[in-house]
Every structure is written in C-alpha cells, then in structure tokens.
Design a protein. Structure first.
Length: 296
C-alpha cells in the first residue's frame, strides 16, 4: 500500500488574492512567482519582484511577505531555516520571521541555491564557481572552481552535485553535453566528471539514489548514490525536474503529474494536474502555476 499523498496547486491568481494584488492582471514580465518550497507549516513562494510570500499550508491564508532585494532565483529549506537566493543569500528564520541578508554571498550571476551535505551551496555561472556557505555561521567558507561552465546544482542529505558544460563560451540547450560532478563537502573540491549526459538534466537526490531526467529523450534514470552509475531507467516523457516524497518519485508536467515507484520504476498513478515548479512537504505535493517559469 502506497502512502497517501495530496497534490495541491498554487496559482498566480491565488497568490495575488492572498497578497491583495490585482488578480485580474498578470504580473509584469519577470515579477511573478519563480520558486516554491514547503517547510515549517507553510508554503513559501519566491517572486521576481523580490518578495518571499509565506502562506499557511493548512488554511492557505497569508502569513507574511518578506520584501527583499532582487529577483528570487531559488528557495530551499534546511538547517532550521528557509534560504532564498537573490542578489545575496537570505536566511529566513521561520519562528521569528526575521530575514537576514548574508554579506559576501551572491552576485549578479548567481542562479541556483541548494541545501544539504552540511552546507548551503550557491552556483554562479559568471564566475563558474560554487560557493559553500556554513548554515550555522551564515558566512561563505569556501569557493570551488568548476571546470567549464556551471549550469546546475542539487543537494541531498549526504551528497551535493553540480552540472557543468565543457566550454567557457555561450551555453545553449536543452540539448548538449552536460557533465555531472560531485562536490566533496569535506575537502571542498569538485570531482572529475562522473556521468556524461546529452541534455539539461532534472535532478533529485534521496538517501538511496540519485535521480536524473533527460527531457530530450524523455527518460528517468535511477543512479547509485555513490558512483552515480545507472541502476535503472524508464521512458516517461518530457518532464521537468523530479521531486521525491511519500515513498515515490514525482514527475511534473504542464498538464499532469506522474507518480513512479522508486524500486520498480513502475508508474503508480497519473494525476490530471500540472505546474511549472514543484515541492514536497507539509502533507502534499505542491505545484506552482506561474507565468515566466521555464516551460519544458
């Protein structure tokens, strides 16, 4: 028997109504919702206008709006806080509601943040580095140079990964050579390429496996958490990044969500609900409908 899970959709109209904005008018280009994370009894939504909106996961009522500086590129939870990547990294304390801007973090070219393996990791495709931030000290403790261009980032309980492109020039995609490398949280080094991919991957890291999607070929691949060698694969269609939770892997599409058994790779269910980005937590899989999000 599979754990029961609810799929909930958070729409732009609902966000606008919650915050008192005009729900009949779309946000100006680049100002709408960009990212979502479920944590501490709430749903947190980042926006292009610089706000992080906190909504009660049970009642869907507005709890707070944190007004920040700059586009919210990414949100993540971990180490007792919600972390936002804007022009700097911002730590939001869930109980006090205090947002702390971390000096000497972020830049005009940082694009993704991930939390796990004992650190907050920030990818910068201008400097082609990954910065490591100590979540307790809330300061940068290492900068790891990435060979080529850094284009993706993911972290789990014990592991952190970076996606690189073997060029210093312009990166195009989704098709193209992508190299999956491990970030060593003990030595603050990046590994040689462990996996060569042919398309921009979606990545999810669990305790038992690393999951990658290939939106060009429409495949889901289960990988050994240590070696990243493939241990199973299934053709599933063109999906965005996978998310893990409730004993399953969830593949998010524009019109449907597919639930996959992580052991057999069998499709457990197809749910007629779509979104642009997703998160798992607070008793549900949450889908964010937004304009301006990446549509695969």
């Amino acid at each position: 028997m599979w754990p029961r899970a609810f799929v909930c959709i958070v729409s732009v109209a609902a966000i606008a109504a919650t915050t008192g904005a005009d729900a009949t008018a779309r946000s100006a280009k680049g100002e709408g919702p960009t990212s979502i994370v479920a944590a501490f009894g709430s749903i947190w939504i980042g926006t292009g206008s610089g706000a992080v909106i906190r909504i009660d996961a049970r009642t869907m009522r507005l709890q707070r709006v944190h007004r920040g500086r700059g586009f919210v590129h990414s949100l993540a939870r971990g180490y007792g806080a919600v972390w936002a990547l804007q022009d700097h990294v911002v730590r939001i304390h869930p109980k006090r509601g205090q947002a702390t801007v971390l000096s000497d973090t972020g830049s005009a070219t940082t694009f993704e943040l991930a939390v796990g393996a004992g650190a907050v990791w920030v990818a910068d495709d201008g400097r082609d580095v990954v910065d490591r931030i100590d979540p307790r000290l809330t300061e940068r403790t290492a900068t790891i140079r990435i060979p080529g261009r850094a284009v993706g980032l993911a972290a789990g309980h014990e592991h952190a990964l970076v996606v690189s492109v073997p060029t210093r020039g312009r990166v195009t995609g989704p098709p193209g050579i992508r190299l999956l490398r491990r970030l060593d949280p003990h030595a603050n080094r990046v590994s040689p390429p462990l996996v060569r991919l042919e398309c921009d991957p979606g990545i999810a890291i669990t305790r038992d496996a690393t999951w990658t999607t290939n939106p060009c070929a429409g495949t889901l691949v289960r990988r050994d958490p240590k070696t990243l060698a493939a241990t199973g694969a299934r053709r599933v269609g063109r999906w965005r990044a996978p998310v893990a939770g409730f004993g399953s892997i969830w593949l998010i599409g524009q019109r449907s969500v597919t639930r996959v058994d992580p052991e057999t790779l069998r499709v457990i269910a197809r749910i007629p609900a779509g979104g642009s980005v997703a998160t798992v937590g607070e008793g549900a899989v949450w889908l964010l409908e937004c304009w301006g999000c990446d549509n695969t």
